[in-house]
Write a protein that binds this ligand. Structure first.
Ligand code: SAH
Ligand code: SF4
Ligand code: F3S
Length: 448
């Protein structure tokens, strides 16, 4: 049965609301779900209150992410009281957790349809069953030996797009929920990826971000990702980014291709998590501080001016103040362009959940503040070096913080704000930097 057509007969012209939490991969899933909703005849709204269908595409990475979801589920209950015809659905990584499914079944009885991050293609069928049989439908089953489906995407932006290259993760870092909720690594077919990127290019898209929890293990690892990057570069699309690279798998061949190819952004997101070897081992990261530093050195030799960003976890169980100081000194040694830092959040069923803490919550918070202080200084100092320089910026829209400015990103991923107009959106412009701040740059477009 063509479920999309069948649902269309029931819902055409109704309104659907989708809220996605979490990483770019989940955003991409959200765009695929929106494409299905549109195909089913729904009009997409960003006002949940007027919706006939409301979906939470969830993230489970930290407790905060889950709290936000439970908050939204509560709000949807209220909307359903006002509009009993509202269909409430949930997808994404939280649906991969048993305890979440249990509380949805028992406590959150107004959630009608549940599907998983790994079986989004089942959504039209499940929605059809709910609409025709008036029952709650839960299905998060998937077969991880089957390659991921090639689903169409309703792009959130015409000028940039995420392109998944692999799904799942086999690494089992001891703090992380992803391998449990996203399953084992599965790569997409190389030809499918390239065809998708060619179609994006032909449609005027300027930038693609190749996505995966560990893109370096695309196609089983080795040089497969480096070879993929070459082929993506050959499509001639203007800007190519990728994330995330795992330091244990990032091969010199990838750095080589990055250095060689002009349309691959000189920008590397390389999560380090900690600067201390005992902590890294306890996290099961399978590299040392020294190995990490040697990759950074090699990358910078090949690409002077390369922008490097990272993820840091503060307060991993067992981390002492002395061990934390090693993370601070790593920041000084590497001088990252930016960091994404998180206070450790215990995840149910992961090995780290059972590891004893030595620091109190207050001590962890104090360390977190210290980390930000050090990084803010470094980011500010790096940004200062841009003063007076002219950089290429892909204009993404009106600045979120200053409606008088347009905003975009440099090849290195830095946010640049500049006076301009709506017709600049989606264009790559040359911008001269006139002022630098800790988190962004201010400039003036020099030519169109
Ligand atoms: N696959 C990527 C990142 C996945 S999640 C990688 O391997 O690096 C993004 C970031 O969230 C991680 O890099 C880590 O810094 C953070 N993170 C993951 N689990 C966490 C937890 N339980 N508590 C706090 N931060 C966590
Ligand atoms: Fe999580 Fe580690 Fe996999 Fe990244 S590599 S998704 S941090 S288990
Ligand atoms: Fe969150 Fe799942 Fe991504 S847990 S960070 S949405 S893979």
């Amino acid at each position: 049965m063509n479920y999309i057509e069948e649902v269309r007969k029931l819902v055409a012209g109704k309104k659907a609301y989708v809220r996605t939490y979490g990483c770019q991969l989940n955003e991409n899933d959200g765009e695929k779900i929106i494409a299905m909703l549109k195909a089913m005849g729904y009009l997409i709204t960003d006002n949940a209150e007027e919706a006939d269908f409301a979906l939470l595409n969830t993230c489970a990475i930290r407790e905060n992410a889950e709290k936000k979801t439970y908050g939204a589920i509560g709000v949807f209950k209220h909307y359903k009281e006002l509009n009993p015809g509202l269909v409430v659905a949930m997808s994404g990584c939280m649906t991969g957790e048993e305890h979440v499914i249990e509380s949805l079944r028992k406590t959150y009885r107004h959630v009608d349809v549940v599907f998983g991050a790994n079986n989004i293609e089942a959504f039209p069928r499940l929605l059809f069953l709910h609409l025709t049989e008036a029952r709650r439908v839960f299905d998060t089953e998937y077969d991880d030996s089957v390659p991921p489906a090639n689903l169409p995407t309703a792009r959130a932006f015409p000028f940039k797009s995420g392109v998944p290259v692999m799904y799942g993760c086999n690494n089992f870092c001891t703090y992380c929920i992803v391998p449990y909720v996203r399953g084992r690594e599965r790569s997409r077919d190389e030809a499918d990826i390239i065809n998708e990127i060619k179609a994006l290019r032909d449609d005027g898209c300027k930038e693609v971000m190749l996505l995966g929890q560990n893109v370096n293990s695309f196609g089983g690892g080795g040089d497969a990702f480096a070879n993929l990057l070459k082929k993506v570069s050959d499509t001639g699309i203007e800007r190519i980014r990728f994330m995330t690279s795992h330091p244990k798998d990032l091969s010199p061949a990838v750095l080589e291709v990055m250095a060689e190819r002009e349309n691959i952004c000189k920008c590397l997101h390389l999560p380090v998590q900690s600067g201390n070897n005992r902590v890294l081992e306890s996290m099961n990261r399978r590299y040392t501080r020294e190995k990490y530093l040697s990759i950074v050195k090699l990358a910078r030799e090949k690409m002077p001016g390369l922008s490097i960003t990272t993820d840091i976890i503060v307060g991993f169980p067992g981390e002492t103040n002395e061990e934390f100081v090693d993370t601070l000194s790593l920041l000084e040694e590497v001088r990252f362009d930016a960091i994404f830092s998180f206070i450790y959040s215990p995840r149910r069923g992961t090995p780290a959940e059972k590891m004893p803490d030595v620091l109190s919550v207050e001590e962890k918070k104090a360390n977190f503040e210290k980390l930000l202080e050090v990084q803010n200084r470094i980011s500010g100092e790096i940004n200062e070096t841009y003063l007076g320089k002219t950089v290429s910026v892909l204009c993404e829209g009106v600045s979120k913080t200053d409606a008088g400015n347009m905003s975009g990103r440099t090849e290195g991923g830095k946010i640049v704000n500049f006076p301009g107009s709506q017709d600049m959106i989606g264009k790559i412009l040359e911008v001269k930097i006139t002022e630098t701040k800790t988190w962004n740059l201010q400039g003036e477009a020099v030519c169109r």
